[in-house]
Ligand binder design. Structure first.
Ligand code: PEP
Ligand code: MG
Length: 582
C-alpha cells in the first residue's frame, strides 16, 4: 500500500494506465509465468528489427558507421539480453519493462566506473534501449486518450490540459506523484467526481501498467495488486459511503437554511460548461466561480472575443435564469496556457499571473472582457470577477479597461447591460488588509482561500512536501476571513467564499459563523455541505467562531468544531473524516 494525499474522495477499483512523460513511455506490467517464453521471443524479435533498422541507417549515414557499429555490438551484449531475460523469468516483467530495467542496470555500471569516457557511453546505452523499445511498443500506450474506461491513471504529474482530456474520458481514478489537495488536478478531479490520490511518492516506479489497483481517494491510499481480503475490505468502505451518499441525495434541491432561519446560497465552481448539468443535479443554485483560464489551456491559439462570448453564453444558457460569476483568466503560476508565452520566472506564484498578466497584456484581457460583456448583456444576467487583485490601482485599472470596452461595444451597436456587477477576489493578504478600500470600488467580494492560505501562510498550495502545513483553520486565516467579511458588511456588499474551504464539511460550522452570503464549491460537494449547514444553528456557529478566534492553534480550532458537530449531528462525523483527506 502506498500513501498520498487524498485529493478527491471515493473508492475505485481498476487497472493501472501509466503516463510517464519523463521517460519514453513503455508498457510496464507483470505477465503470467506461462507467458515468459513469449515475452523473451518478443524481445529477440525486437532486437532483430532494431538491428535491421540500424544497419539500414548505417548504409544511409556511412560517416557515422563507427558509432553505429558500437551500437550494433551493444545490442548483442549478453549483459543486456541476459539481464532482460532474467527480469522476465524471475520477476515476470513484460518484455519492455524487463528491457528498460536491464538498460538501467548497465547505465548504473557505467556511472560507477567514474571515468568520463564511460560516463559518456550512458547515452549510447539509452539510445540502444530506446531503439529496441520503439520496435516493440505501441506508441499510443502512454497517452491519456488511450486510457480505457476502467483505467486508473497513474502519472508523475498531470497538466491542466491532461486533466481536461480526462474529463472527456471518465476514468476510474487518478494517482500522481506530485500535487496537493488544492492543486488544479485535485480541483478538477473533485469536480468530475473521480477519486484521486496525489503526492503519492514513487507510484510510477512501483505500479505496472495493467496491474489491478484500489484507490481510496478519501483516505489517500493506493493498494497495488490487492489480495482477496483487501478487495473485500475496500468494497465494505465503498458500501458505507454509498449509504451516506444516498442520505445526502434525499435532500438535494432543498434550499440551504439553518434551523434558526439563516439562508446560505450554494453555488458551483466550474472549469468547463459541461460540468453544469451535474452541478445542478447536486443542488447548485448557480455558478459562483467560472475559471475561464481553462478555455486557454488545451488550445494552441488564444481564444478570441467570439470564443469567450460563446463559452460564457453557453454557461449562462445552461443555467436557465440562475446567476453566474465569470472570472477573468487566472493564467500564470500553476495554470499555463500554450498560447501565452511567459518569461521564465523564479517564483511564478509571485509573478505574472491573473490580472497582473492581463494588465501587462491589455489586448488579451480586453478581448476576454468584450466577450464576457457580450454574453452577459445579451441575457442581462451574470457578473465579472477579477482574480489576484492586490491594490486599488490594479482594480481601477482593470475597471477602466472594462468601461472603455463597454463604451466601444455600445458604439458598435451592442445593447450593453450597464447593471453588470464587478467583483474582486480576495486571495492576497494585501487585499484582506485593504478590503475596506477595495469595497468602495467594486460590487461584491469572493474570497479565494486556496490562494489566500498559500500567500498568508507562505505554503505552496501544490507542494506535497509542505501539504501538512497548509492549514485552512490556522488562526491567521480565520482572522483574515473575519476581517474581510467585516469590510464587506461595513460597505454593504455581498461576500461569498469560493476556495476549497467552502466544500469541506469539517470547516462548514466556522464558515457559517463567519457570515458568508454564499459558498461556491465543486458541485459534488454541495450535498454534504448542505447536510451540515442545515443542521447547525447560525447563532451556535457565531458563538463557535468567537471561541475559535480566541485560539492560537489550528488543532484547537478543529477540536472545537468537532465538538459542536459531534453534539449537533453525530452521524455527520463520517462525512468530516472523509473530507479530512479531500
Ligand atoms: C482560490 O484561490 O481559492 C480560488 C478559488 O481560485 P483558484 O483556485 O482558481 O486559484
Ligand atoms: Mg486563486
Amino acid at each position: 500500500m502506498l500513501e498520498g494525499i487524498g485529493a478527491a474522495p471515493g473508492v475505485a477499483f481498476g487497472h493501472v494506465h501509466l503516463i510517464d512523460r519523463r521517460r519514453a513511455t513503455y508498457p510496464k506490467f507483470h505477465v503470467p509465468e506461462a507467458q515468459a517464453a513469449l515475452e523473451v521471443q518478443r524481445l529477440l524479435s525486437a532486437i532483430v528489427e532494431a538491428r535491421a533498422s540500424l544497419v539500414a541507417l548505417k548504409e544511409r549515414a556511412p560517416d557515422h558507421s563507427a558509432i553505429l557499429d558500437a551500437h550494433l555490438l551493444m545490442m548483442e551484449d549478453p549483459m543486456l539480453l541476459d539481464g532482460a531475460r532474467r527480469y522476465v523469468a524471475e520477476e515476470h516483467r513484460c518484455a519492455e519493462w524487463a528491457l528498460r530495467s536491464a538498460v538501467q542496470d548497465i547505465r548504473s555500471r557505467f556511472d560507477a566506473l567514474g571515468d568520463a569516457y564511460f560516463r559518456e557511453r550512458r547515452s549510447d546505452v539509452d539510445f540502444v534501449g530506446d531503439r529496441i523499445l520503439s520496435a516493440m511498443t505501441n506508441s499510443d500506450s502512454g497517452r491519456i486518450e488511450a486510457a480505457p474506461h476502467d483505467a486508473v491513471v497513474v502519472a508523475h504529474d498531470l497538466s491542466p490540459a491532461d486533466t481536461i482530456a480526462l474529463s472527456k474520458r471518465k476514468v476510474r481514478a487518478i494517482v500522481t506523484e506530485v500535487g496537493g489537495a488544492t492543486s488544479h488536478t485535485a480541483i478538477l478531479a473533485r469536480a468530475l467526481d473521480i477519486p484521486a490520490v496525489l503526492g503519492c511518492a514513487q507510484v510510477t516506479e512501483r505500479a505496472g501498467a495493467g496491474d489491478l489497483v484500489i484507490v481510496d481517494g478519501s483516505a489517500g491510499e493506493v493498494v497495488l495488486e490487492p489480495d482477496e481480503a483487501l478487495i473485500a475490505r475496500y468494497h465494505g468502505v465503498a458500501d458505507e459511503r454509498a449509504t451516506m451518499f444516498a442520505a445526502l441525495q434525499r435532500e438535494v434541491g432543498q434550499p440551504c437554511v439553518t434551523p434558526d432561519g439563516r439562508r446560505v446560497v450554494l453555488f458551483a465552481n466550474i472549469e468547463i460548461p459541461e460540468e453544469i448539468p451535474a452541478a445542478l443535479a447536486a443542488g447548485a443554485e448557480g455558478v459562483g466561480l467560472y475559471r475561464s483560464e481553462f478555455l486557454y489551456v488545451n488550445r494552441q491559439d488564444l481564444p478570441d472575443e467570439a470564443a469567450h462570448a460563446e463559452v460564457c453564453g453557453a454557461i449562462l444558457d445552461a443555467l436557465g435564469d440562475r446567476p453566474a460569476t465569470l472570472r477573468t483568466f487566472d493564467i500564470g503560476s500553476d495554470k499555463m496556457a500554450k498560447a501565452v508565452k511567459l518569461p521564465r520566472e523564479h517564483n511564478p506564484a509571485l509573478g505574472l499571473r491573473a490580472c497582473r498578466l492581463g494588465l501587462a497584456r491589455p489586448p488579451m484581457l480586453r478581448s476576454q472582457l468584450r466577450g464576457m460583456v457580450r454574453a452577459i448583456s445579451a441575457r442581462k444576467r451574470g457578473s465579472i470577477l477579477l482574480p489576484m487583485i492586490g491594490s486599488v490601482e490594479e482594480l481601477t485599472a482593470v475597471r477602466e479597461l472594462l468601461a472603455e470596452e463597454m463604451d466601444k461595444l455600445a458604439h458598435e451597436g451592442v445593447e450593453v447591460w450597464r447593471e453588470l456587477k464587478v467583483g474582486v477576489m480576495i486571495e492576497l493578504p494585501a487585499a484582506v488588509w485593504i478590503a475596506d478600500e477595495l469595497a468602495q470600488h467594486c460590487d461584491f467580494f469572493s474570497v479565494g482561500t486556496n490562494d489566500l492560505i498559500q500567500y498568508a501562510l507562505g505554503i505552496d498550495r501544490g507542494n506535497e512536501q509542505v501539504a501538512h502545513l497548509y492549514q485552512p483553520l490556522h488562526p491567521a486565516v480565520l482572522r483574515a476571513l473575519e476581517h474581510t467579511v467585516g469590510a464587506a458588511r461595513r460597505h454593504g456588499i455581498p461576500i461569498s467564499l469560493c476556495g476549497e474551504s467552502a466544500s469541506d464539511p469539517a470547516l462548514a460550522p466556522v464558515v457559517l459563523g463567519l457570515g458568508f452570503d454564499a459558498l461556491s464549491m465543486p458541485g459534488m460537494a454541495i450535498p454534504r455541505v448542505r447536510y451540515v449547514l442545515s443542521r447547525i444553528r447560525f447563532a451556535d456557529a457565531q458563538a463557535l467562531l468567537a471561541e475559535c478566534l480566541r485560539q492560537s492553534r489550528a488543532r484547537e480550532v478543529e477540536a472545537l468544531i468537532n465538538e459542536l458537530v459531534q453534539r449537533a449531528i453525530p452521524e455527520a462525523m463520517a462525512l468530516l473524516r472523509d473530507a479530512a483527506h479531500s
